[in-house]
Ligand binder design. Structure first.
Ligand code: ADP
Ligand code: ADP
Length: 231
């Protein structure tokens, strides 16, 4: 079944007299539990589309159905609540809080969602173990390598057990070996947690490892390719 149905989505940014029409009547269907790479030149609108799919921003026109529910019919408050609960985000720059430990960073969304401290801590610790950082719970981001920081960010994205994981250039800031490790981790978590994963990437190997590739050209979807060999 579909987790996301995008219908005639448009996004135009208006800055004073300037209008930038970034997405143009875009339609798209994402099945639950699948992996998709979102590719395209810089400025093509990939981040904009990801932000709309993740309900971080509202479209100029069109709808996004999340499990048949029209998410942009929600108030800002309801939308924020929905997003925190159902969608995880990983960005190129991890945005970890520097003064908090790895464990505290991962606990944070759970505490904000009013989980108890012991529940948040137990979930965060289990996730940090899953991403291979059981020995780094009490390290601050500055004491971790780039790959470790991104693993913490991935654990944080999953602490409220979202169904959908959106990643924007998750390895754009990492060397090749570390990128491969982070890709492997994302794939195994996607599989074991039955996540729907959408990744914006310039990395051809990561794109090739996804089941489907969507290419944005000038605000439209150019093609859908089914990757022949999926993992
Ligand atoms: P990509 O992720 O493919 O590089 P983006 O979605 O970041 O593309 O940007 C697409 C276009 O929209 C670019 O021309 C960018 O400058 C413009 N843009 C993105 N965000 C904004 C914004 N908040 N205000 C104005 N223009 C924006
Ligand atoms: P990416 O590297 O993913 O393409 P960008 O560096 O283009 O992202 O954009 C980073 C942030 O800046 C995004 O939140 C985007 O909305 C915003 N942004 C991008 N282009 C513009 C712009 N021309 N004017 C205002 N905000 C922008």
């Amino acid at each position: 079944s579909s987790i996301l149905k995008v219908q005639d989505l448009s996004k135009t940014y208006v800055n004073g007299p300037n209008r930038v029409e970034v997405l143009k009547n875009l339609s798209l269907d994402i099945k639950a539990g699948t992996t998709t790479a979102l590719v395209g030149a810089s400025g093509a609108g990939k981040s904009t589309l990801l932000q709309l799919l993740g309900a971080l921003d509202r479209p100029t026109a069109g709808t996004v159905l999340f499990e048949e529910e029209n998410i942009f019919a929600k108030s800002d408050r309801e939308l924020a609540f929905f997003r925190n609960k159902r969608i995880g985000f990983v960005f190129q720059f991890h945005h970890l809080l520097p003064e908090f430990t790895a464990l505290e960073n991962v606990m944070m969304p759970a505490l904000i969602a009013k989980k108890t401290r012991s529940e948040a801590s137990a979930t965060a610790e289990a996730l940090l173990r899953d991403v291979g950082l059981a020995h780094r719970l009490n390290h601050r981001p500055g004491e971790l390598s780039g790959g470790e920081q991104q693993r913490v960010a991935i654990a944080r994205a999953l602490v409220l057990s979202p169904q959908l994981l959106l990643a924007d250039e998750p390895t754009g800031n990492l060397d090749m070996k570390t990128s491969d490790e982070v890709h492997g981790l994302l794939s195994s978590l996607q599989d074991s947690r039955n996540l729907t994963l959408i990744v914006v990437t310039h990395n051809e190997r990561l794109a090739a490892a996804m089941e489907k590739t969507i290419r944005l050209v000038d605000g439209r979807l150019e093609q859908l390719q089914q990757t022949t060999v999926s993992q």
